[in-house]
Design a protein around this ligand. Structure first.
Ligand code: HSE
Length: 316
């Protein structure tokens, strides 16, 4: 393939805190404490192959149509009528079905790597489009609250996917996320299935107020407003039943100084926002102790809410 394009590229994607409690399917924050890394090689045949799978997860679908890291590339080969294809090597740093956007991160890292392996290179909107197709393989639905912040970094509101309308939200520099990942799995599909098709209008009104006020609180750097607003009254009541000890973990986090928190993505991870890193460390310990009382070991990770987005790196 003497076409001047690189023969391979590697990219990292951070995890994400989908929904951030009050913004179901529309609000998300990058979470760079955990990452997936994907190396994409160009191959002569116009096909897509799953290569090596290493890291925290090694049992992933090997069918390119069923793997989140390869589905977008399959669509790309077809859409552009490419005469070459791709082999994809996945290194998972994000645990499976943890609520930290692991499926989306592999899709994002794969497309970010592939961005420079075609001519003309993929635009950022194309990277986003194909990464969303990849994530939908696992979650069964198109939503922007993982893929968009993973690509962009920081806290991002996706007002609309079609047409794409994405609003980055400025957050206080010191605002930290602490995430407790209990040693269990919940699939996004099953966590979506427990939600009703209709919600009481009173809950919708309250949640709308919380979402709008949370965003205003971020722009105004008003920690008290953020704390008052970070209450998911719509989704959490249904999904929290799937997470043993959830109420006690949340109470322990607030008691230890967290501004608030909720379920991360579809769960089972639970996140809390804190005014700075020192408080986040303390809150993490309290959340871990609360999970231990229901006999769940929990990984604790912290990262700034304004975490870095996906980026290409030198292969190692
Ligand atoms: N926003 C989606 C959900 C995906 O909560 O089901 C989260 O990862």
């Amino acid at each position: 393939m003497n076409d001047g394009l690189p023969s391979e590229a590697t990219a990292l994607s951070p995890g994400s805190i989908g929904n951030v409690g009050v913004g179901y399917d529309v609000l998300g924050a990058a979470f760079d404490a955990v990452q997936d890394r994907v190396r994409v090689e160009r191959i002569v045949a116009p096909t897509v192959e799953v290569g090596t799978i290493t890291g925290t997860v090694t049992e992933l679908p090997r069918q390119p149509k069923a793997n989140t890291a390869t589905k977008g590339l399959l669509d790309l080969v077809a859409d552009r009528h490419l005469t070459h294809g791709f082999r994809v090597h996945i290194h998972k740093g994000i645990p499976l079905s943890s609520g930290v956007g692991g499926s989306a991160a592999s899709a994002v890292a794969a497309m970010k790597a592939a961005q420079v392996l075609v001519d003309p290179p993929l635009s950022d909107d194309e990277v986003l489009h194909y990464a969303l197709q990849g994530e939908a393989v696992a979650s069964g639905a198109l939503h922007g609250d993982n893929v968009v912040p993973m690509l962009h970094g920081g806290l991002v509101l996706t007002r609309s996917l079609d047409p794409l309308d994405v609003v980055p939200i400025t957050v206080p520099d010191d605002l930290y996320t602490v995430l407790a990942h209990p040693n269990m799995q919940i699939s996004t599909r099953s966590a979506r299935a427990v939600l009703p098709q209709a919600f009481p209008v009173g809950a919708i009104v309250q949640q709308t107020g919380n979402l709008a006020a949370l965003i205003a609180g971020c722009f105004q750097q008003d920690y008290e407003l953020i704390s008052r607003s970070l209450h998911d009254v719509l989704i959490e009541p249904y999904r929290s039943r799937l997470i043993p000890g959830f109420d006690d973990v949340m109470a322990a986090a607030r008691e230890a100084g967290a501004l608030g928190g909720s379920i991360s993505g579809a769960g089972p991870s639970v996140f809390a926002w804190c005014e700075n890193e020192a408080i986040a460390t303390r809150v993490g310990e309290a959340m871990s102790e609360a999970f231990a009382t229901v006999e769940l070991d929990a990984d604790i990770w912290t990262a700034p809410v304004d975490s870095a987005g996906a980026r290409r790196i030198e292969a190692n």
